[in-house]
Design a protein around this ligand. Structure first.
Ligand SMILES: [Fe+2]
Ligand SMILES: [Fe+2]
Length: 376
């Protein structure tokens, strides 16, 4: 049975045998040999088996035959979540922000925006400049090209919110440079990115390949899969009380993209690990989780110095650890936070949208015909 569209459901844990990384320890074993490559300038036809995630020598300009048909399905699916931030009514948010939010809620709201604005630029640079060019199958690159656009769209969305609410633009954008708790998360991500940014990265070197896989895991599984996934929830907590509903609606669209980015990235890494006979060093993975947890905790304590109604730093961190365990299981890795329970049980519904019956009420443009916005 195809699982293409199940990838949308963020709670799905892949169970197919073919998706489980094959080996148990970090290994320097030689990867399985690809079949005889069909280079771009030869007259030999391309075979699907010529393709590899990285280190392939097939014709990168020829889309089909597909080796990774699920990647093409991701691309088609991504194109069903198209919106523009200007289409969403923000009028009530202006009222809410200036007349209803408490100082603690404003502090949280502004700092969430300040973090997200810089984060999405980083996400765009990671996928567009560091990851995409290392792929050697066009169906993988095509989804990633869409992802690059989506990250830019997310940046536009935050900028639109900042402008609409008449926030001090320069101050908000500079906040990550002066607030240590925001800076800490950005520094961590920048460090991972810079390790793999070079275009001459030699992925035939096993240590370099391991670093690349680890970095992609960080961005797909933690940066997008945990920090973004859980990062919108303080705003959703306001939405659940009828506040800042336009901003929250914008973030729901973004979250749908991020669920796909995470699912796609983890799937690419699993394929890469199988093809290259690579297993991640458990100590390096444990360090990844520990760093992410510490940075997220400092951030949560800062943005929620004072709890707001229905939300607190403890709830935020509980959900982070619960989602982190899910990402680990999706990669067949050991759970980093055994026993963590969902502290925000409504968050998955928020991502899923299927239960948000009134979600499209305010939408003024439909890109698709009736019913097609269902994720079935
Ligand atoms: Fe994004
Ligand atoms: Fe993303």
């Amino acid at each position: 049975m195809s699982t293409f569209f199940d990838d949308w459901d963020d709670t799905i844990i892949p169970t197919a045998e073919s998706e489980t990384p094959a080996v148990a320890t970090f290994t320097s074993a030689t990867p399985a040999a690809a079949s005889e490559p069909a280079s771009g300038d030869s007259l030999a036809p391309v075979k699907a088996t010529d393709k590899r995630v990285v280190n392939g020598h097939g014709d990168i300009n020829q889309l089909a035959p597909f080796r990774y048909p699920w990647a093409w399905e991701f691309f088609l699916k991504a194109n069903r979540n198209h919106w523009a931030p200007t289409e969403i009514n923000m009028a009530q948010d202006v009222q809410d922000y200036h007349h209803k939010l408490t100082p603690a809620e404003k502090h949280m709201f502004e700092n969430v925006l300040a973090y997200l604005t810089t984060s999405d630029i980083l996400a765009m640079r990671n996928i567009g400049l560091a990851v995409m060019e290392k792929m050697t199958a066009p169906e993988l690159q095509i989804y990633q090209a869409r992802q690059v656009y989506e990250e830019a769209l997310h940046t536009w969305t935050y900028q639109h919110c900042i402008e609409t609410l008449n926030l001090e633009q320069e101050e908000i954008y500079n906040r990550y440079r002066v607030v240590p708790a925001i800076h800490g998360k950005i520094v961590l991500a920048n460090r991972r990115l810079e390790k793999i940014l070079r275009s001459d990265l030699d992925l035939s070197n096993r240590d370099t390949l391991h670093e690349f896989a680890l970095s992609y895991l960080f961005f797909a599984g933690i940066f997008e899969g945990c920090w973004f996934y859980n990062g919108f929830s303080p705003i959703f907590a306001l939405q659940r009380r009828g506040l800042m509903k336009g901003t929250a609606e914008q973030f729901q669209y973004i979250m749908r993209d991020e669920v796909l980015h995470c699912a796609f990235g983890l799937r690419v890494i699993r394929e890469l690990m199988r093809e290259e006979n690579l297993t991640l060093d458990p100590r390096a993975v444990a360090e990844l989780w520990a760093e992410a947890d510490a940075a997220e905790d400092a951030y949560a304590r800062y943005i929620l110095q004072e709890s707001i109604l229905g939300y607190s730093a403890d709830l935020h961190m509980g959900q982070f650890r619960f989602v982190a365990n899910r990402r680990a299981r999706q990669m067949a890795l050991e759970e980093p936070f055994p026993g963590a329970e969902a502290t925000l049980p409504w968050l998955d519904e928020q991502a899923n949208l299927r239960k948000e019956k009134n979600f499209f009420e305010t939408r003024i443009t439909e890109y698709q015909t009736g019913g097609s916005l269902e994720w079935e």
